[in-house]
Write a protein that binds this ligand. Structure first.
Ligand SMILES: Cc1ncc(COP(=O)(O)O)c(C=O)c1O
Length: 397
């Protein structure tokens, strides 16, 4: 018999994917260059040259087994060492090979991390606005995701409400900074206070509480700044990383888990991940992709395009009277819609071939997300449509 749970999901498919499919269909009618598609976080900037060169070189020099064979279940040992060294160099945390587990992107990393530190029936807390795929990532493991409401003033986590929502049944807290969909980077002050609440609650409840830190946008930060690294603030941290965004490689499905060496049972957590893979099928990411990312471990695609797009959009949105927090990074922005019903707002925008995503599923009703990982030329052309949309539909404001 077909599993009803997944069958029912067919009627509640990802809003982002549906809008992206709409944009593609509309593009077939009027030319995709005329559709201002801000739906999907699919990086437009090419991957770094070094990655392409590494793949070619690997194909030219390695044996078929080295290239296409299964990697060890925790990932290629040499690659894990290269990842550990890079993190140690960058963040001053003494990671070793044994703390790294290679995954199929951040999705694979979170799927392992949640099973590593929770059992069915446990609670996991996250903060709105949040990536909607967290719901299936967490709930399908048997744990239950609860969401701390957003503080729309600046989209930093609302730690007072968080503290009041903590119970002994919370075994893990899931954070994402730089954040999809707000683009906000969690400040040092936020991370320090979050860590101090978690430490206090660990003592009070008498058990570990793990921080699962989802970091696919770690390097996409603007104005020459860097995102504070959550693992530096709290020992029981499992960092979930992906090369999808920083190297523009989402289709390669490659990332990793990095266990803080001071976490409880740090020496065996990555090994346990190898056992989790056996049950969930997210096992042994592509050997070629592992070897190739290791060649460009400290490189990042040219993110100046995203910063430029952020500046253009932010300035225009402010000019048009939107309430909007300026993103520090990623390639998302989360303005407040010009009417309470953000779904109605985004539906009207479609008439101007503007594809905007209502943020209701991100835990932020009344707001909408724009993924501006598109060509700057298109962002510039979209401004006229944005102005027309606002002036025609909301001119009495
Ligand atoms: C916040 C966040 N977490 C996780 C993911 C999944 O990333 P990956 O492609 O690495 O699986 C995404 C993808 O957009 C994301 O935005």
């Amino acid at each position: 018999m077909i599993n009803e749970l997944y069958k029912q999901r067919l009627s509640a498919k990802s809003v982002i994917r549906e809008l992206s499919e709409y944009a593609t269909a509309r593009g077939a009618e009027i030319g995709y260059e005329n559709v201002f598609d801000y739906s999907l976080g699919n990086p437009s900037v090419p991957c770094v040259d070094g990655y392409t060169k590494a793949v070619i070189h690997l194909h030219e020099t390695l044996s078929p087994m080295e290239l296409h064979g299964y990697s060890p279940s925790l990932g290629n040992t040499k690659v894990r060492g290269i990842v550990a060294d890079s993190l140690k160099r960058r963040f001053g945390i003494p990671y070793e090979t044994k703390h790294i587990f290679m995954t199929s992107g951040a999705a694979g990393a979170i799927a392992h991390a949640v099973r590593l530190v929770t059992k069915p029936g446990d609670d996991v807390l996250t903060f709105a606005p949040f990536f909607p795929e967290y719901l299936p990532y967490i709930n399908d493991s048997g744990a239950r995701l609860s969401v701390v409401p957003a503080d729309t003033k600046d989209f930093q986590p609302n730690l007072d409400v968080f503290e009041s929502m903590m119970t002994p049944n919370v075994q893990a807290v899931l954070i994402n900074s730089p954040n999809n969909p707000s683009g906000v980077v969690y400040s040092e002050e936020t991370l320090e206070r979050l860590a101090s609440i978690l430490r206090k609650k660990q003592t009070e409840y008498g058990h570990d509480i793990f921080l699962i830190s989802d970091e696919p946008y770690r390097e996409i930060v603007f104005d020459g700044k860097e995102a504070p690294y959550p693992s530096r603030y709290y020992d029981n941290t499992i960092s979930c990383y992906s090369f999808s965004k920083s190297l523009s490689l989402p289709g390669e499905r490659i990332g990793y888990i990095a266990v803080n060496p001071k976490a409880t049972d740090a020496d065996i957590l990555a090994v346990i991940c190898g056992q989790i893979s056996r049950g969930i099928g997210h096992n042994c990411p592509s050997s070629t992709a592992q070897l190739a990312v290791a060649e460009v471990i400290d490189e990042v695609s040219d993110i100046s395009v995203y910063e430029r797009n952020r500046n253009i959009l932010y300035d225009e949105l402010v000019r048009l009277g939107f309430t909007v927090v300026k993103p520090d990074g990623t390639f998302y922005i989360l303005p407040r819609a010009l009417e309470e019903d953000s779904i109605a707002f985004c539906n009207k925008a479609k008439n101007y071939d503007l594809i905007l995503v209502p943020a209701d599923n991100f835990g932020c009703p009344g707001y909408f997300r724009m993924a501006y990982c598109i060509d700057t030329e298109k962002v510039e052309r979209s401004l006229e449509a944005l102005r027309r949309f606002v002036q025609t539909e909301y001119s009495t404001r």
